[in-house]
Design a protein around this ligand. Structure first.
Ligand code: GRF
Length: 209
């Protein structure tokens, strides 16, 4: 039997993508997969509440509680090792993962972005900012992108995308709602591709970082 995917979900926000992934696991659309911990840099993130409700260990780990970024990274890595994490899913995590973590989990970190990358990505491109920019640029379509994570914001090989046409009277809020529905569908699908070995897989060497 293939290795079980033990996912750490990183989230700063309400956690609707975390919930979509947990639903897919419960409904067995995603098999051989478990979310083993949730990590947030925001104390009041809805994602932490969703984790607790589902009896998943939930951790608030903020850079502000550490005197330097090495100690902050070490705290995150300690949690990842404690739960034997072998895959990371970023679901609205508003902080760049350190190169140390990106290297340790090379080709085993996914991010979801509410636009059709490579357009409308990068620092500051989150939440309604993204949809405002899409509408202001007069785009006719937008969508969501799941990609492998490298050391830059919203950068790395694209795994899955889906799109919709904008309505003439589209607002950032209406677009956000439609795109979140796409996200909730394609994020579990992208994880499934990994479980089925349908995108690049490399061994991570535990405890080597
Ligand atoms: C999503 O729109 C995702 O694309 C972006 O952050 C948002 C997170 O939403 N990276 P939620 O917390 O999963 O509801």
């Amino acid at each position: 039997m293939a290795e079980e995917l033990k996912i750490a979900v990183f989230a700063s926000g309400k956690g609707s993508n975390l919930k979509a992934i947990l639903d897919a696991i419960k409904e067995r659309r995603l098999i051989n997969t478990a979310v083993v911990c949730v990590i947030s840099n925001k104390k009041d993130a809805g994602a932490l509440e969703i984790a607790k409700y589902n009896n998943i260990p939930a951790y608030y780990i903020s850079q502000s509680n550490y005197s330097n970024s090495d100690d902050f990274d070490a705290a995150i890595i300690e949690v990842l090792i404690r739960h034997s994490v072998n895959f990371i899913v970023l679901a609205g995590y508003l902080k760049l993962l350190s190169p140390r973590i990106v290297r340790k989990y090379k080709d085993r970190i996914l991010n979801i972005h509410p636009a059709l990358l490579p357009k409308f990505g990068g620092k500051g491109m989150y939440g309604l900012n993204v949809h405002r920019a899409v509408i202001e640029c007069g785009e006719k379509i937008s969508g969501a992108t799941v990609h492998l994570v490298d050391e830059e914001y919203d950068h790395g090989p694209i795994v899955l995308q889906d799109s919709i046409e904008l309505d003439p009277d589209e607002t950032p809020e209406s677009l956000q709602k439609k795109i979140q529905e796409i996200e909730h569908r394609i994020y579990p699908e992208a994880i499934k591709l990994f479980v089925e070995g349908k995108f690049i897989e490399k061994e991570i060497i535990n405890n080597e970082y």
